[in-house]
Design a protein around this ligand. Structure first.
Ligand SMILES: Cc1ncc(COP(=O)(O)O)c(C=O)c1O
Length: 361
């Protein structure tokens, strides 16, 4: 059966090469006579898998030694709670609300302390990134929180906020490893892997060592205390072993493709093809201000709901799947993560051109 072009926002397309390799190793991983799904997480062979995955990620992002890498569970949504539990010493934090995921993190933090929205783009359906050059951040705020790439709305910070010396915490779920990133600018960087890195079920967190302490909010469950996980090298309990193994394969694939600078180039090329077409199209329009456009998630509309539905239906039949936009934006959204080949975007644009011809007078 032919594979489709999958524009899902997540879980999302993975490199075909990785899937084939995993298939070949399914019954017998490197002569162990077992699938990675079946082996003990305490075995030597699995220890090599998780250690190599971490080493490759450190290499890709050039992660300094004073940052820990944790492979966690619970999705990015559970991490929304882990951030205040582990960091809210003064019970105060500043949140920048650039979409639903940032808002959910902010609402979660409110359970634990005084979460303050210091900027928001909710007034225009989150179609832009607010000016973050001079925010009113309380002196005693424990951290500043952002969602760096807004999966639903298709915006991305091109410049990080001026946190005025406060720790920056960033959710990079939908832009993880899509381009180089200077880890030293952050206290905590984290993301669910189900978009650019692997199968749902793993959150990768990169945390500056001094932020990992026993001084957490009272009542923090053992499992959600970063120190528990850091002290055990992410093996405090049984981790999502197979999923981490796939993440490791994706890290190797990115390295083979030339690393994060090459990924950025590849992603810019793809995004340009789609945005250039949206800018000249008489039928389709992008929904985001140009300067804040994401390289990963591209929402667009025709302005006519029935026509949007027709487009999604016809696209699906033609092998371009998961293009329906989020209900809060409507229309369509093409997520073009690392593993989406250029050819997928070229063919989508060809299809859009044909649809435009057939549906404009
Ligand atoms: C930017 C961002 N943050 C958080 C989440 C929530 O992730 P999870 O479903 O792993 O809790 C998503 C999910 O799509 C997301 O795109």
């Amino acid at each position: 059966m032919a594979r489709v072009y999958n524009f899902s926002a997540g879980p999302a397309v993975l490199p075909e090469e990785v899937l084939k390799e995993a298939a070949a190793e399914m019954l017998d991983y490197k002569g162990s006579g077992q699938s990675v799904m079946e082996m003990s997480h305490r075995s030597k062979v699995y220890d090599n898998i998780i250690k190599e995955a971490e080493a490759d990620l450190r290499d890709l992002l050039d992660i300094p030694d004073n940052y820990k890498v944790l492979f966690l569970q619970g999705g990015a949504s559970q991490f929304f709670a882990e951030v205040p539990m582990n960091l809210m010493k003064n019970k105060k934090a500043a949140y920048i609300i650039t979409g639903q995921w940032a808002k959910k993190a902010y609402q979660e933090a409110k359970i634990y302390g005084d979460a303050i929205a210091v900027a928001s783009s909710e007034d225009k359906t989150y179609s832009y990134i607010p000016d973050c050059s001079d925010l009113d951040i309380p002196e005693d705020a424990d951290y500043v929180y952002i969602c760096e790439n807004n999966t639903i709305y298709g915006t991305k910070y091109k410049k990080l906020p001026d946190t005025k010396g406060h720790i920056l915490v960033s959710d990079v779920s939908s832009c993880f490893l899509s381009e180089p990133m200077d880890v030293t600018k952050y206290g905590v960087v984290y993301g669910g892997v189900q978009k650019n890195i692997g199968p749902a079920g793993v959150v990768i967190a990169i945390i500056r060592e001094d932020l990992i302490t026993d001084d957490v909010l009272p009542g923090t469950p053992t499992m959600l205390k970063w120190k528990t996980q850091a002290d055990a090298d992410s093996l405090y309990n049984t981790p999502p072993c197979y999923n981490i193994y796939i993440c490791g394969k994706v890290f190797k694939w990115i390295k083979k493709m030339g690393g994060l600078s090459a990924m950025k180039e590849h992603n810019e090329k793809k995004a340009k093809i789609l945005y250039d077409f949206l800018d000249e199209s008489k039928l389709f329009n992008g929904t985001v201000v140009k300067e804040d456009r994401s390289l990963m998630n591209v929402p667009f509309v025709t302005g006519d709901k029935e026509l949007d539905t027709k487009f999604v239906e016809e696209a699906t039949k033609a092998g371009f799947v998961n293009l329906k936009g989020h209900r809060t934006v409507g229309g369509m959204r093409a997520s073009i993560y690392n593993a989406m080949p250029i050819e997928g975007v070229e063919k989508l644009v060809e299809f859009m051109k044909k649809f435009e011809k057939e549906n404009t007078k």
